[in-house]
Design a protein around this ligand. Structure first.
Ligand code: FES
Length: 159
């Protein structure tokens, strides 16, 4: 659930905003909330006099936006050139198969979310995966499978 007071204060920071403010406003909301909720998009639409469907369309086009909250474990797979050359596609395929989600989505139990990024500035460690801020260097499908299993076990031991 979005914190609408934060959304309101972001909108207050853009008085008399027009369509050209749309992307900066969405970026600020995502930074504050971690994602763009349906309520936040509707409210931005009211403020900018744009239909919510239009905002969804624009936000989907720029694939930096997500529409679901992040999971407990936020998995970022780098698909920059260095990581691509070293096999990041196979790593990403493994993650999507294991978690049964696509980039930008969160598992139903809220445990995992997935994001694809362009370059994490750690090309020497390619292919790189980052989970909750921790880098995993020279990732392989098998390594990732083990790391995701370990994350799951960690959660189960907290239940
Ligand atoms: S391309 Fe992946 S860290 Fe630079």
């Amino acid at each position: 659930m979005a914190d609408m007071t934060r959304v309101e204060s972001i909108l207050e920071g853009h008085p008399a905003a027009g369509r050209d403010h749309l992307i900066p406003i969405l970026q600020e909301i995502q930074e504050a909330e971690g994602y763009l909720s349906r309520e936040a998009i509707t409210r931005v639409g009211e403020a900018l006099h744009l239909p919510a469907s239009k905002i969804f369309g624009v936000a989907t086009f720029y694939n930096m936006f997500r529409f679901q909250p992040k999971g407990v474990h936020h998995v970022m797979v780098c698909r920059g050139t260095a990581c691509h050359v070293k096999g990041s596609k196979r790593v990403l395929d493994q993650v999507t198969r294991t978690l049964r989600i696509e980039p930008g989505q969160t598992t139903r139990d809220g445990q995992f979310s997935l994001e694809v990024v362009a370059c994490m500035g750690a090309c020497g460690l390619a292919p790189v995966v980052n989970i909750n801020g921790q880098f995993h260097a020279k990732a392989t499908p098998l390594k990732l499978q083990r790391i995701l299993d370990a994350c799951r076990e960690q959660e189960l031991s907290h239940v």
